[in-house]
Design a binder for this molecule. Structure first.
Ligand SMILES: *Cc1c(COP(=O)(O)O)cnc(C)c1O
Length: 213
């Protein structure tokens, strides 16, 4: 299969109502353009400088999502154009996004990254911290809009564990969906997106299944 065929075969497995973010990190602009030419517009990158280099070489109607850990000193570069920051993992980062968004006269859509994995390397709020942030700090940040939650399961072959982690975030999401007007629950990548969708994800971030032969 070529790239376009692989994209369509993945897209085919995504049910209606679930948004597909094509994760194009480490892949060249020519390949992104190939997928763009099918009509797809939503792409995710995890490094700010890589995103900045690519964005200027690609059509301006691409909706760029930032999916990886974002350093506060890099927020200023993406604030003018980023469509959704999926990885707000601390109150400090949220405050910086709010500040930079204000300078651009924007309200930037963001997801709170919630820590569900049993790995030390993953970033994010605990559920208690997320609740505290949403109730007590978010009201003071008028230039960010939290439109939902993002989570990553442990990188393990243990399907029961992955299911348990996705389920815990889905329950937390449902509990707060109405109060905070959430729209997106972003869970699932190449190895686990089918499971994530079963547990209630409505946004999946897929790279390797599309780009790797
Ligand atoms: C790289 C990445 C993905 C995509 O992973 P694949 O396994 O290539 O589908 C999804 N989410 C985040 C946060 C990533 O960094």
């Amino acid at each position: 299969m070529n790239l376009t065929e692989r994209f369509f075969s993945v897209q085919h497995t995504i049910p209606e109502g679930v948004e597909l973010v094509v994760v194009s990190k480490m892949h060249p602009v020519e390949e992104i353009k190939t997928i763009y030419d099918t009509g797809h517009r939503i792409f995710g990158e995890n490094k700010v400088m890589e995103l900045m280099d690519k964005k200027d070489l690609l059509p301006s109607d691409i909706q760029w999502y930032l999916i990886g850990h974002l350093q506060t000193n890099k927020v200023k570069y993406v604030a003018p154009f980023v469509h959704l920051i999926q990885s707000v993992d601390s109150p400090r980062l949220a405050a910086e996004i709010d500040k930079q968004a204000k300078k651009c006269n924007r309200v930037i859509d963001c997801l709170l990254e919630v820590y569900i994995a049993s790995e030390e390397t993953k970033f994010g709020f605990s559920m208690d911290e997320a609740e505290d942030f949403l109730n007590n700090q978010l009201p003071g940040l008028p230039n960010i809009r939290i439109t939902g939650l993002m989570g990553m399961a442990t990188n393990t072959g243990n399907k029961e564990q992955v299911k348990r982690e996705f389920k815990s975030l889905a329950e937390f999401y449902k509990k707060h969906e109405k109060t905070f007007d959430f729209k997106y629950l972003s869970m699932g990548m190449t190895s686990d997106y089918q499971q994530a969708i079963e547990e209630g994800s409505n946004m999946v971030r897929i790279g390797s299944a599309i780009f790797n032969e």
